[in-house]
Design a binder for this molecule. Structure first.
Ligand code: GDP
Ligand code: MN
Length: 434
């Protein structure tokens, strides 16, 4: 593993990026490298429900879809103070701004009527935070919770860490704020515990983390207990990330998870059916949902060359080589394995719906995929969609000869490429000509 600082900074970056694209995600560095990922991301209220079911302490809450429901929920809570929280998948809500003019996606008040009034300015409006796109994300639901006083805010996250092949717990006594800022300005305040997935979390590790987070006296045992429960939850639900910020303490001496963010490993969908049924796709870009309907993975980028590929690795390589040749990918669409002709057509339809598009680069390696099926799909799509932009095709692997013949005999203006480099050069050149 890299240094804890680097790790925390990287983790923080990942978390922020994940928030931007909950379902289909491109983690981009400056150089334009891409790591496509697909992770289920739940709303705070859904995450907290799972947490409370596993003995993790969260505040009492209700969820409301309308201002009226929010008002009723506030009355029903019958709490000294209420906290109203806009539900979007991005963080930084506290400091966010609504396009209704309201400032702050998290509000504290003692008056249920005010909860109703505030909810009125939240629901149906976009909330922009530093983790959302500029225009923000539409709020459909609010969480109405019993507010508790916070005497101290710490940070706690459990993540899967590749370099150590297992979970790692990352914590800081400096919670509430951006963890990246803490990692940058006071790296000595970031602590981690690597967990051996076979041995599980040891008491000593939970205790040490609680101590590093600054919990004292009886709070230390309580915090350690909460950390262990969070770890068990993390494992049981196949999470890739459980983040609690703030993981706080109250003046009454309770350790409480004031915020919650959980991501899941989509490969575990088959054994986490109940959780995946909670998937809220309303924050996805419509085109991503449309792609998912056909079992395609689509990621929008900001260039002008569409990439039609199979496999995440090939997607990255294709984007990289376009960058290297001076071009910019507009998007990429991952066809996956087991392709049918109709899917190829749908894929083209999706790709060409992007108005920025000036060329399409097809880069398919036929391992499981039969190139002839792709070629037939391509020619069909070209005809039916009356494709207007240059199409560069590089096919390799199973049945490639037949595929080449199909393309050639189609009479369509398809540019064939001998390899990936050639394909990228042709694509970039075809765009540059314009
Ligand atoms: P985020 O901004 O999206 O991370 O949303 P949070 O749930 O973390 O809320 C933002 C901030 O509001 C927290 O860091 C807390 O300082 C504050 N906050 C949230 N819930 C409560 C609460 O019940 N009581 C108090 N006093 N502050 C709260
Ligand atoms: Mn938070």
């Amino acid at each position: 593993m890299a240094s804890p600082v680097a790790f925390a900074a990287q983790a923080g970056k990942l978390l922020r990026e994940r928030a931007l694209r909950p379902r289909l995600l491109a983690v981009r560095s400056q150089a334009g490298h891409l790591t496509p990922r697909r992770w289920l991301n739940l709303q705070e209220y859904q995450s907290k429900k799972l947490m409370s079911e596993h003995g993790v302490r969260v505040q009492r809450f209700f969820v409301a879809n309308t201002a009226k429901e929010a008002l009723e929920a506030a009355k029903r809570l019958n709490a000294k103070e209420i906290v109203l929280k806009a539900q979007i998948l991005a963080g930084g809500r506290g400091k966010g701004v609504f396009n209704s003019g309201l400032k702050g996606g998290v509000h504290l008040t003692k008056d249920p009527k005010v909860v109703g009034q505030l909810a009125q300015q939240m629901i149906g409006y976009n909330l922009a935070t530093k983790q959302t796109p500029k225009e923000g994300v539409k709020v459909n639901k609010v969480m109405v919770a019993e507010a508790l006083d916070i005497s101290r805010e710490t940070y706690l996250a459990i993540l899967m860490d590749r370099s150590h092949n297992g979970p790692v717990i990352v914590g800081s006594p400096q919670g509430g704020v951006d963890i990246e800022e803490v990692a940058a300005s006071s790296p000595e305040l970031i602590f981690k515990e690597q967990i051996d997935i076979f041995e599980g979390i040891k008491d000593s590790q939970a205790q040490r983390m609680a101590e590093n987070l600054g919990f004292l006296g009886s709070l230390k045992n309580q915090a350690a207990d909460q950390i262990k429960k969070l770890y068990h939850l993390f494992l049981k639900i196949d999470a890739t990330q459980v983040e609690v910020n703030p993981f706080g303490e109250t003046p009454e001496g309770q350790v409480v998870c004031f915020d919650a963010k959980i991501n899941f490993d989509d490969n575990a969908e088959f054994r986490q059916k109940d959780i995946f049924a909670m998937d809220d796709k309303s924050e996805n870009e419509p085109i991503e949902n449309e792609a998912a309907r056909y079992d395609l993975k689509y990621i929008g980028l900001d260039g002008n060359i569409a990439c039609f590929v199979n496999g995440a690795g090939l997607a990255m390589a294709t984007c990289d080589i376009i960058f290297l040749n001076g071009g910019k990918p507009a998007n990429f669409l991952d066809l996956g394995g087991g392709v049918k002709e109709a899917q190829v057509y749908q894929a083209f339809k999706l790709l060409t719906s992007d108005p920025k598009l000036e060329a399409i680069l097809v880069n398919i390696f036929g391992g499981i995929v039969n190139c002839a099926i792709i070629a037939n799909g391509i020619t069909k799509a070209c005809r039916e969609l009356e494709l207007k932009v240059p199409l560069i095709v590089r096919l390799e692997g199973t049945n490639v000869q037949e595929a080449q013949n199909i393309l050639k005999s189609s009479g369509l203006p398809i540019m064939s490429a001998v390899d990936l480099e050639d394909a990228a050069k042709k694509a970039v050149a075809s765009v540059a000509k314009k």
